[in-house]
Ligand binder design. Structure first.
Ligand SMILES: [Zn+2]
Length: 118
């Protein structure tokens, strides 16, 4: 995804979070501060997870073959064998699960499967 596309998607996401929050407030006029906080947190956490995964996918390392340098095994320094893209699941600090489609490599020497960093 390119930058203008991301920007557009993020703005839509932000608008949805804002209008969703305003709508929620109308439906919960007597909500406590804690309840409001939970709602805000949930909306921001979803946005945060999406921004994290989108930004991580823009990383140069996401394009293994075009990066020019083949990643090496952190254990023994052997060049990794490319095994194509795999889904990588990560937990954000907010406890949201994000899924990244990343290049995956296996070390021919020690058999370690690795997602290159970045
Ligand atoms: Zn190795």
């Amino acid at each position: 995804m390119n930058t203008p596309e991301l920007e557009k998607n993020w703005k839509v996401m932000g608008d949805e979070a804002i209008s969703g929050m305003l709508e929620w407030r109308q439906q919960h006029p007597h909500a406590t501060f804690r309840e409001i906080e939970t709602e805000v947190d949930e909306r921001l956490a979803a946005m945060r997870a999406r921004m994290l995964s989108d930004t991580a996918m823009m990383s140069k390392a996401a394009e293994w073959e075009t990066a020019g340098n083949v990643p090496v095994c952190p254990e023994c320094g052997t060049k990794l064998e490319k095994k194509g893209k795999r889904k990588r699941h990560l937990q954000t600090r907010g406890g949201q699960e994000i899924e990244l489609n990343r290049e995956y490599g296996v070390c021919p020497k020690c058999g370690e499967g690795i997602f290159p960093p970045g």
